[in-house]
Design a protein. Sequence first.
Lengths: 205, 137
Amino acid sequence: MLRNKKFHSGGFVLVEFAIALPLLILLLYGLTTVSLNIFRLEKDQLADYVLEEEAEYVMERITKAARAAKEIEAFNASNSIKIIYHTVDDDTDRNDVSDQSSGNYILYTIKDVWETQYFLTYAKAGSDFQNLYAVRQKTSKPTNPITGENYFGSTKINSLQFSELKENVLHITLEMESLKTGNKIKIATAVFMPGCEKKAGLPHE
Amino acid sequence: MRKIKILLKDERGYLMLNVIFLTLITSFAAMILLNAAPRVKNPHSTLRLTALYLADEQFAQLESMAAAGEPLTTNFLGKMEDLKSENSATGKPTEFKVETTISGDSNLREVTVTVKWTVDEKDFEIKSERTIWLVEK
């Protein structure tokens, strides 16, 4: 009887093991697949986030400068634009008329100045991908692009086009692509430029 | 062998139990991890950004009209092709609807632009507001 019971017990463990081992292997395989997918998803998500953020940043930079633009010159063939815009600076010449005691110092000493900003797309030597540069002077070899060269997923500028929708309404279309995921983003907006006096290179819609 | 059998006599059933519990625990872990992936939760953030800039386009046109002394209209005044976008995570084309409401009788008009779109039969919208000075000419 004892002998019989022992035999039965050993057999059960073997059968149990035979069922449990494939289950365990399946389970671990499933878990590994899910984990790998999630990691890949996260990496793609980060790359897409970089793409979205960079597109938003470029749009904000251009619309902010264009809103106060005095002169605009678009170079649609090279996906670039030159904006001369109004900004303010301390008027050091008028310090004598300022009344610092009454707290009106700032009012008297602000003067209108013009700032020049170029947004140039340019592909680095050895690279086929265009990055966008925000520079003050037109140069053939700009440095430190405002798009691309991101550790989480580099991007490229596919197109940056400008046109005039109505009198003094600048229409901007930006298309960017993530080099990591291949996803594209195309954003279009318009900005009204009340103080714009001179426009060049802008096709009318 | 005999010794092993004696040793395992009291252990029967536990391995199976372990696997069952492990399955349950890992299933929960996998569900939590999948939910944590933000792309699964919010695949349309890019469309929201596109819609916000589309609203800005409408505002720019309205501002231009207001500065020229023209009466403001509620039609979409931007480029028609901007109403279509393929920015969703699935790559499917999405169509935006732009609705504009203008309130106020004085020269300061409160303008609300609502951009609506539908993805997988779910409706989304953003609302943007701006005060526009109407120039009298």
